[in-house]
Design a protein around this ligand. Structure first.
Ligand SMILES: [Zn+2]
Length: 88
């Protein structure tokens, strides 16, 4: 029998956003975010501008950012420059 306090909907503030979720869903989401962040230490290179971005950058998944590098050295060796916004 699941604990109703875990499964009951509640409002959780993250930053300035209000999420209506259950504690279980919230915990699972957080776990996913942590795992995804830890395992995706990669950089995306823009094939047009030859600029590469860190995962937190808003241009990380831009439409021309199709090259994946496992390290910034790899990106630089390939002739890419670090983005001035995310500073990878
Ligand atoms: Zn960037």
């Amino acid at each position: 029998m699941p604990d109703s306090s875990l499964w009951g909907y509640r409002e959780i503030m993250i930053g300035k956003k209000l999420f209506k979720t259950t504690l279980v869903t919230f915990a699972a989401t957080m776990l996913f975010v942590v795992v995804a962040t830890a395992s995706s230490l990669v950089y995306h290179g823009n094939v047009k501008s030859h600029i590469f971005h860190a995962p937190h950058c808003r241009y990380f998944n831009c439409k021309n950012c199709r090259v994946v590098f496992n390290s910034r050295e790899e990106a630089i060796k390939a002739g890419f420059r670090p983005c001035k916004i995310c500073n990878p």
